[in-house]
Design a protein around this ligand. Sequence first.
Ligand code: ADP
Length: 190
Amino acid sequence: MLNIVIFGPPGSGKGTQSENLIKEYNLAHISTGDLLRKEINTNTELGALAKSYIDKGELVPDEVIINMIDSYLDRMGRVNGVIFDGFPRTVAQAGALRDLLKTYKTKINVCLNLEVPNDELMKRLIERGKTSGRSDDNEETIAKRLATYEKQTKPVLDFYKKEGVAANIKGIGEISAIFDDIKAAVDAKK
Ligand code: ADP
């Protein structure tokens, strides 16, 4: 299997580049943000809980997220590999993912770290907010999400560095040029 973590702050292009990766390598895609928004839109109990964190720019508790990933993998069936998008977002989630994948006798091959400066992220997310309809794409919540990323999520990168699978990718410029760098990094690790 080819398992990829697409990593980086909010607005760094994880979703966009995931689309490219899916097509190129024929992978399944798990976005915890999308899964949570589906729960919110269908008015489930989990959705209501998630919304209370998302709207403050905070992380949904690890236990909730890990359970969600566990049941998703369980139902998924045979695939060539998986792109994890927006997950893991804490070191505890990264450890849980490693243990889960072990039960499937597989592991993360590469963690792609999309690097984009904060002022550019702010610009992109405010722009996205004009059309995304996302309750968390407003200036105040965006700033909170970026701070949450720095504090709780960035340490995940060290986890993957230690595992020897982290690859830095410059996340500014043409989408296709960024994807060329991504492909080179994936092909080097797979
Ligand atoms: P972005 O990366 O652009 O902020 P996401 O769709 O990945 O957007 O996430 C939106 C929100 O959903 C996050 O700010 C967080 O509250 C919640 N969320 C998504 N994934 C996770 C996760 N793995 N752990 C905890 N919270 C999460």
